[in-house]
Design a protein around this ligand. Sequence first.
Ligand code: IDP
Ligand code: MG
Length: 138
Amino acid sequence: MDRTLIICKPDAVQRGLVGEILGRFERKGLTLAAAELRVLDEEILADHYAEHQGKPFYPDLVAFMSRGPVLAAVVGGVPDTWRVVREMMGTTDPLAAAPGTIRGDLGWQFTENLIHGSDSAESAEREIAIFFPGLSRG
Ligand code: IDP
Ligand code: MG
């Protein structure tokens, strides 16, 4: 698996950090295969975050993720791209994320943690198909 889905979340777009975030991946050596600025609705978020439906934080997550545009993108070009991206993102809670990671360097709020990255090769294919169906491998 050599590509994955990333989403620069609404806080990243609002704070003007999309260039910073994409730049980190580009400098690492990843390449962009697709990118789109769009506002997400409840329907696509229910699909994307299916594993989290019913959890206590789900309503806050949907409200946050739909409050403004996101930059969804497919990046790839290195072995296990999804894993490289997850390492560079840092752990889910930005207060606990290591310095040097995107979340560790740029944020501190739990829900508003700047970036999404697929958590496995299977998730990457599933999520790419949701956001960029034209890129999907049948
Ligand atoms: P991940 O984004 O690091 O993969 P997940 O557990 O998949 O983390 O959660 C998806 C998103 O939901 C997180 O990035 C964060 O925005 C939000 N989230 C997860 N757990 C909590 C929580 O306990 N409180 C508030 N927001 C949460
Ligand atoms: Mg996740």
